[in-house]
Design a protein around this ligand. Structure first.
Ligand code: 5GP
Length: 116
C-alpha cells in the first residue's frame, strides 16, 4: 500500500532509524547504506509515492524538505565545502522506496554527477 512503505514504518517508529531531525512535516534519518560520509534522507510525513506523483498543493512541503537539508548541512558545518541533494524518481531514476525522499550527500568530494 502507498502509505505502508518502509519509510512510513520508520515514521511510525515501527522500524528503528538513526533520526537526526523531525518536525510536523518530515523526518530525517541516516541512510542504512551510505553513499558518502554523510548520507541523510529527508522524508515527508504526508504520503507522496514519487516526485512524479507530487501535486502543486505539495510545493511548500517539497520546498521544506530542501530547506531542511540545507539547514542540516549548515548546522553540521558541511555547507561551505558543499553537498549534493538528489531525488530519485521511478525505475530509471533508481528509486527503490516509493515514499518520496530527498537524499543529502556530503562530507567528501562527490565527483562528477553522471548517468553511469
Ligand atoms: P531510493 O533508492 O529510493 O532513492 O533510496 C532509498 C534509500 O533508502 C537507499 O539509499 C537505501 O540505502 C535506504 N534504505 C533502505 N532500507 C533502509 C532502512 O531500513 N533504513 C534506512 N535508514 N535506510 C534504508
Amino acid at each position: 500500500m502507498a502509505d505502508d512503505t518502509l519509510f512510513h514504518k520508520i515514521i511510525r517508529r515501527e522500524i528503528p532509524a538513526d533520526v537526526v531531525y523531525e518536525d510536523d512535516h518530515m523526518i530525517a534519518f541516516r541512510d542504512i547504506a551510505p553513499q558518502a560520509p554523510v548520507h541523510v534522507l529527508f522524508v515527508p510525513k504526508d504520503t507522496i509515492p514519487t516526485l512524479d506523483a507530487a501535486q502543486p498543493s505539495q510545493a511548500e512541503l517539497i520546498g521544506r524538505l530542501a530547506l531542511a537539508a540545507a539547514e542540516y548541512a549548515r548546522q553540521q558545518g558541511l555547507a561551505e565545502d558543499g553537498y549534493r541533494v538528489v531525488m530519485n524518481c521511478n525505475d530509471h531514476g533508481g528509486q527503490t522506496v516509493y515514499q518520496m525522499h530527498l537524499h543529502l550527500l556530503a562530507g567528501a568530494p562527490l565527483g562528477r554527477f553522471g548517468a553511469a
